[in-house]
Design a protein around this ligand. Structure first.
Ligand SMILES: Cc1cc2nc3c(=O)[nH]c(=O)nc-3n(C[C@H](O)[C@H](O)[C@H](O)COP(=O)(O)OP(=O)(O)OC[C@H]3O[C@@H](n4cnc5c(N)ncnc54)[C@H](O)[C@@H]3O)c2cc1C
Length: 476
């Protein structure tokens, strides 16, 4: 049930958790446990990783007591936010306890003057932004899962999204953390009393927990830097007959000294899917559509929007710029709809999350996208491509019938080849979704000796291997 050393039966574990938390926040019936065998990854759909018990603590003291218990009894603990992760990160591949932190969603403090907030791990990204918008503030990282993803999960994955090209990832906003360590000890990173926006005091422990995916400790509080909300936006959408022209236009926008807040691509398959899903949009069926967004003051966004429009016109078949809210929403719908639309690319098929967030060097994006299409053809699998071309982070979505084993197998080969392609051309296997269970096999090839150092840090902080075992390190 646990990290291989559990000294307690499943029944005793449940009884002891009820003693710690009371019956209302401890779940152990089959029907409840089933819910926790999934996150948003395909790997969790084709496996059955069932925990013995699910607990929902809502205080640091409770988390600490659970961890002390798990440490004493050698029980695996898998922290979980909303389960929107796409790598099997929050499913208990070695059984034991799933610690669901989604109910612990207090916004502890909004410090308008110092432009920072303190939140508990279960606060949902969109809810935080709704709350602080009345202060004229916002937290810029913008995952497509904004309505579900928790801040704890975003920190644990160092999540980013549509606006990373300008604003970077979650980690750039984390000023400090409260973390419960695997033995139950509670630490604060970034300074016990600090409200400083910068600190280089001591080792960067905050950085250590970013993208640690619940393998080093449980994040129980987050102090985030937030920014003034830009008053204005503009959108430019350009349609290109050739992928290479689309990518070149993106580079030319950067060369002009413009840093858009979003640069997104839909490939031809993605465009077709969106047209099937929302025919009223009538997107031109070309090789690539690029969506540029700029934000800032009204004058700056209009000026930058116009400049992007001019640059794109040199290579694009058609270009449209919008600054009024209604038209911007309509134009952006093409990009927003793709998550749901991608399954339309093929009758009776579904889009699966497998190998879906590789990141390529900017200059190699066109080459990489052509190669991904070839990989799809080699394995007779349709792959729809879209994503954050502004930072080279691509979503490559296999479209298959998940009930056909041969299609599942082919999709897995496609995902593997796409990961290897990313490594071959100097990219990364994951730009935002993390390693979890699905990418552990690539870690050695990607990191070499650095993986051994990561392992040593893990062993030092979690000597019993109880924190989210089976993730990041394949040998677990
Ligand atoms: C439709 C869709 C769109 C998405 N778009 C994006 C995107 O644009 N950008 C992006 O980066 N990601 C995206 N994702 C992936 C996902 O939403 C992010 O990885 C998100 O950060 C996960 O948050 P969560 O609360 O759901 O965490 P979970 O999925 O529950 O957990 C993710 C990992 O974090 C760990 N964890 C969770 N909470 C804690 C905690 N308090 N302490 C320690 N460890 C913890 C878990 O153990 C697990 O390893 C998308 C997912 C979907 C389904």
């Amino acid at each position: 049930m646990a990290a291989g050393t559990a000294t307690v039966t499943a029944a005793a574990l449940v009884t002891d958790m009820v003693k710690l938390l009371g019956p209302e926040r401890v779940f152990h019936k089959d029907v409840d446990l089933k819910t926790y065998t999934y996150d948003s990854s395909f790997v969790s759909q084709i496996n059955n990783f069932t925990p013995e018990v699910v607990v929902m603590p809502t205080s640091t003291e409770e988390v600490s007591r659970i961890m002390r218990y798990a440490d004493q009894h050698g029980v695996a603990v898998t922290p979980r936010g909303a389960g929107s992760g796409q790598t099997g990160g929050s499913v208990a591949v070695r059984g034991g306890i799933v610690m669901d932190l989604s109910a612990w969603d207090d916004i502890v403090e909004v410090d308008e003057v110092n432009m920072q907030v303190v939140v508990r791990p279960g606060v949902v990204h969109a809810e935080l932004n709704n709350h602080i918008s009345s202060y004229g503030l916002y937290f810029p990282p913008d995952p497509g899962s904004s309505e579900w993803a928790t801040i704890g999960g975003m920190v644990a994955n160092n999540a980013s999204g549509l606006r990373a090209v300008k604003y970077g990832n979650t980690g750039q906003y984390v000023l400090g953390l409260e973390v419960v360590m695997p033995d139950g000890q509670v630490i604060r990173t970034g300074g016990l009393k600090s409200k400083a926006l910068k600190s280089v005091s001591g080792l960067n422990l905050t950085g250590l927990f970013l993208a640690s995916e619940g393998t080093l400790g449980v994040i129980t509080e987050v102090r985030l830097k937030v920014w003034p909300k830009p008053p204005s936006r503009a959108i430019v959408v350009a349609y290109f007959d050739r992928l290479e022209d689309a990518a070149q236009s993106v580079l030319e926008v950067f060369k002009a000294g413009i840093l858009p807040s979003g640069i997104e691509i839909l490939d031809d398959g993605a465009i077709r899917s969106v047209n099937l899903f929302k025919p009223q949009l009538k997107l031109p069926e070309v090789e690539a559509a690029i969506f540029f967004e700029v934000n800032g003051s009204k004058a700056a966004t209009e000026d930058e929007g116009r400049q992007i429009e001019e640059i794109a016109k040199r290579r694009a078949g058609s270009v449209e710029m919008a600054t009024d809210a209604k038209r911007m929403k309509e134009l952006w719908t093409g990009r927003q709809a793709i998550g749901a639309a991608s399954a339309r690319a093929k009758p009776n098929a579904a889009r699966i999350f497998a190998g879906e967030d590789v990141c390529f060097p900017m200059a190699k994006v066109p080459e990489a996208l052509r190669r991904i299409k070839e990989i799809g053809r080699e394995h007779d699998t349709m792959v729809v491509i879209y994503g954050h071309i502004g930072d080279g982070n691509m979503h490559t979505a296999p479209i298959i019938d998940p009930l056909k084993p041969e299609e599942v197998e082919a999709a897995q080969r496609v995902a593997e080849d796409i990961h290897r392609l990313a490594l071959e051309i100097g990219g990364a296997t994951t730009g935002e979704h993390g390693v979890g269970f699905v990418r552990a096999a690539f870690m050695e090839e990607e990191h070499g000796a650095a993986l051994t150092v990561m392992r040593r840090i893990k062993d030092c902080l979690d000597p019993k291997g109880i924190m989210n075992p089976g993730k990041i390190w394949a040998e677990e």
